[in-house]
Ligand binder design. Structure first.
Ligand SMILES: [Zn+2]
Length: 397
């Protein structure tokens, strides 16, 4: 369980500021988009066999009040068209707040994926035999190799085409399709900081039925994971090794002082609804986007935190960890989610916060109370780290 601390001064959150908020967000979004560095992907040649539907005629795309027919912000001169389709070319549509979108057919072409369109469910499946992505119109989640990944903006659907926000493309989809699109921060993964959630006077979540507390479960998993990672040659540092209180600021400082290559915060969750169960993995919300639990935009969404320098690698780490947890434990998939938790904001290395199960669900709490299950969780996390390390090494070559 994590208590989210809201950032930003109170006046920023006042209603009076809301009018200007959109303008600021709009400008930043626009310039953030056009100033993006030239794409470093190596776009692959479009697959001629793809069966994507053609994009709808232009007039179909601005048939609702949510879609602005024209780009209203100033344009910069466009560079000469490159030989192959760049993935950050001007988008086909913009919403009234200037969020930029990319048509998914272009993503499919660049990644050499075949598309299958299910018009009834407004669902597009992109696959190439080795991987499979599912996008659904108006949904804020996509499925990548069976793992739910939450986006900042819902997929837009116009005619028989789906559109993904450019920021979601850059921070959620592109990392998985093109890990090499951003250089790994630092070198190979050597130092890993493990952060057992809570401790001391802060017990975290509890299972009233079993009498177990989150702080003990997280420490136990972290100690098991340390043993596994050290056996694989990593240098492992814990933010706490016993039952003591450690502030969130200090946890991030420990990771930054150690020059961590990776940071994993371990938690268990609890909610009022006792039927909720499963594993979820949080990564830091990218700039300009809403966190998963956040319905509308807030002024502080435009802030950048140290962790945002790793948006690309955070997404990969979150995906590997979540996929491995689901695969090994059979836990329900609550997805890779986004939040601006304190440790995710402040840690300078790629970082995830894992909510490995719900103590408020009696069946899941019983599993968590079992040391063999906690060992399984540690093994899964170690495997997720190994996937990540292999990808980093491949990109570094
Ligand atoms: Zn917690």
């Amino acid at each position: 369980m994590v208590i989210l601390r809201t950032t930003g001064p109170v006046w920023l959150r006042s209603r009076a500021f809301r009018a200007g908020e959109l303008a600021v967000v709009s400008c930043l979004l626009f310039w953030g988009f056009v100033e993006a560095a030239p794409d470093t992907d190596t776009p692959r040649r479009p697959d001629p066999s793809q069966t994507l539907p053609p994009p709808p005629p232009a007039q179909e795309r601005d048939d609702t009040d949510r879609i602005a027919p024209e780009i209203t912000a100033p344009r910069r001169p466009e560079p000469a068209p490159p030989a192959s389709p760049p993935l950050q070319a001007p988008p086909a549509v913009r919403t009234t707040d200037h969020t930029a979108y990319i048509e998914l057919g272009r993503v499919a072409a660049a990644a050499n994926l075949r598309g299958k369109w299910d018009g009834e469910r407004r669902r597009l499946i992109l696959s190439n035999g080795a991987l499979r992505m599912e996008f659904e119109g108006e949904s804020r989640a996509v499925s990548f190799d069976g793992v739910r990944i939450f986006l900042g903006e819902a997929i837009q659907s116009r005619g028989s085409a789906l559109y993904l926000s450019t920021i979601d493309y850059q921070t959620a989809v592109r990392p998985l399709l093109f890990p090499e699109a951003a250089p790994p921060p630092g070198g190979p993964v050597r130092t890993i900081v493990l952060d057992p959630g809570h401790g001391g006077r802060d017990p975290g979540a509890r299972s009233a039925v079993l009498g177990i507390e989150e702080k003990d479960m997280t420490l136990d998993v972290a100690l098991r994971l340390r043993t596994l990672l050290e056996a694989r040659g990593y240098r492992v540092i814990l933010t706490r090794r016993d039952d003591r209180y450690v502030s969130l600021e200090r946890r991030a400082r420990i990771a930054n002082m150690a020059r961590a290559d990776l940071f994993i915060s371990i938690h268990f969750n609890a909610v009022d609804n006792a039927s909720v169960a499963g594993a979820e993995t949080f990564v830091l919300t990218p700039r300009h986007h809403r966190s998963t639990g956040q319905g509308s935009r807030r002024p502080e969404d435009v802030e950048t935190h140290p962790g945002n320098h790793n948006d690309h690698w955070n997404a990969l780490l979150g995906f590997y960890v979540q996929r491995q947890l689901l695969h090994d434990t059979g836990a329900a998939d609550r997805g890779v989610k986004r939040a601006r938790f304190s440790v995710l904001r402040e840690v300078e290395s790629p970082a995830v916060l894992v909510e490995a199960g719900y103590l408020s669900n009696s069946a899941e709490a019983r599993r968590i109370a079992n040391p063999a299950y906690r060992q399984q969780l540690a093994v899964s996390l170690a495997r997720g780290v190994e996937h990540y390390r292999r990808t980093v090494n491949r990109v570094l070559q």
